[in-house]
Design a protein around this ligand. Structure first.
Ligand SMILES: NC(=O)c1ccc[n+]([C@@H]2O[C@H](COP(=O)([O-])OP(=O)(O)OC[C@H]3O[C@@H](n4cnc5c(N)ncnc54)[C@H](O)[C@@H]3O)[C@@H](O)[C@H]2O)c1
Length: 321
């Protein structure tokens, strides 16, 4: 297969690139390196079936050219930071919505066999019911979430208008190697970085807020099951485990995984306005339609992430050019 991965030098995209390159498929990675890293895909440059394109999904000519030669598109490129979306709403919207429109339009023109979109659980906003089914109202209260709703609904419109084989995935929190550990990243990356450098995790509020974490290898497996699924899945599908953990519980697990039990204790600060208190997937569609089951427990995933992080510290994140 010829597979195009947009955002392929990012956290999730680079794992998809790696899997399919190593299986012998032709993989093109399109990334503008806004948040991606050459270090994530550097090893793949040794494979003749891998091509790295430093480009932008906002550039329709480029997307069109790449889609022409693709059997499958995984569309992951996005401006993913909620904080940045507040400062740069137009840029966020341009990438997340018009970038998606470019991908959908190119897939339509060139009859791409399958397009898989990474929407987000962020589209749901504060939970009215938990776990959240795919039918939960889309009530994201921030710019990032609104841009993900727009891209999600645009994909839905393309499916219904043109009968295209597009699947809208809504990942909950994904974690694992190559995930950034900056202030913008998820709690896991930040907690691990702090714990390994002897600093306590900082918790906003009482730490009772919950999240549903999936280890990246399980997420990649779910995308692969989706790719191999013989029938189009035209309704959005949650990518989550259906299990929740409190942020305080997570902080304690990370302290243990980092070997800092007894020396570090979480520090509590004011609650962040608008933070979602429960985020947990109704994961039944993934299990029913794809036969997916997570293979990693949170503890196992954290152990691998901490191990990776220790080595990653000694590596430089290279930028192209
Ligand atoms: N990681 C999660 O927990 C999670 C949860 C829900 C949804 N998602 C979605 O999954 C996708 C991947 O997320 P991630 O965590 O790997 O983020 P990431 O930031 O690591 O990956 C996104 C990639 O897109 C690239 N990119 C940004 N703008 C671009 C543009 N205009 N043109 C080309 N490339 C561009 C970035 O450089 C980056 O490499 C995103 O669409 C995100 O919204 C992620």
């Amino acid at each position: 297969m010829k597979i195009l991965v947009t955002g392929g030098a990012g956290f999730m995209g680079s794992h998809l690139c790696e899997k399919y390159v190593k299986e012998g498929h032709t993989v093109v990675c399109l990334d503008n390196f806004m948040n991606g890293d050459l270090g994530n895909v550097r090893a793949l440059l040794n494979y003749s079936n891998f091509k790295l394109v430093n480009g932008d999904v906002r550039n329709f000519d480029m997307v069109e050219k790449l889609a022409r030669d693709s059997d499958v598109i995984f569309h992951l490129a996005a401006q993913i930071h909620v904080d940045r979306s507040i400062i740069e709403p137009r840029m966020t919207y341009d990438i997340n919505v018009f970038g998606t429109l470019n991908v959908l339009e190119a897939a339509r023109i060139y009859d791409v066999k399958k397009t898989v979109l990474a929407s987000s659980s962020e589209v749901y906003g504060p939970a009215l019911t938990a776990p959240m089914k795919e039918s939960h109202p889309l009530r994201a209260p921030h710019i990032y979430g609104a841009s993900k709703i727009a891209q999600d609904r645009m994909a839905f419109a393309y499916i219904n208008t043109y009968g295209m084989n597009v699947t809208i995935t809504r990942p909950f929190n994904v974690f694992g190697p190559r995930q950034k550990d900056t202030g913008y990243g998820g709690a896991i990356g930040i907690f691990v970085r702090r714990a390994l450098s002897g600093m306590p995790p900082i918790i906003y509020g009482d730490g009772k807020q919950t999240r549903d974490y999936t280890y990246i290898k399980d997420t990649v497996n779910m995308y692969d099951l989706l790719l191999k699924h013989d029938k189009p899945i035209r309704e959005p599908i949650n990518f989550g485990t259906g299990k929740e953990i409190s942020i305080l519980g997570l902080a304690k697990l990370i302290i243990r995984a980092a070997g800092k039990e007894g020396t570090l204790k979480p520090v509590f600060v004011d609650k962040r306005p608008g933070e979602v208190s429960r985020l947990i997937a109704d994961a039944s569609n993934g299990k029913k339609l794809l036969g997916w089951q997570p293979k990693y427990t949170l503890e196992q995933g954290l152990e691998e992430y901490v191990d990776w992080y220790k080595n990653y510290k000694s590596e430089e994140w290279a930028k192209p050019g």
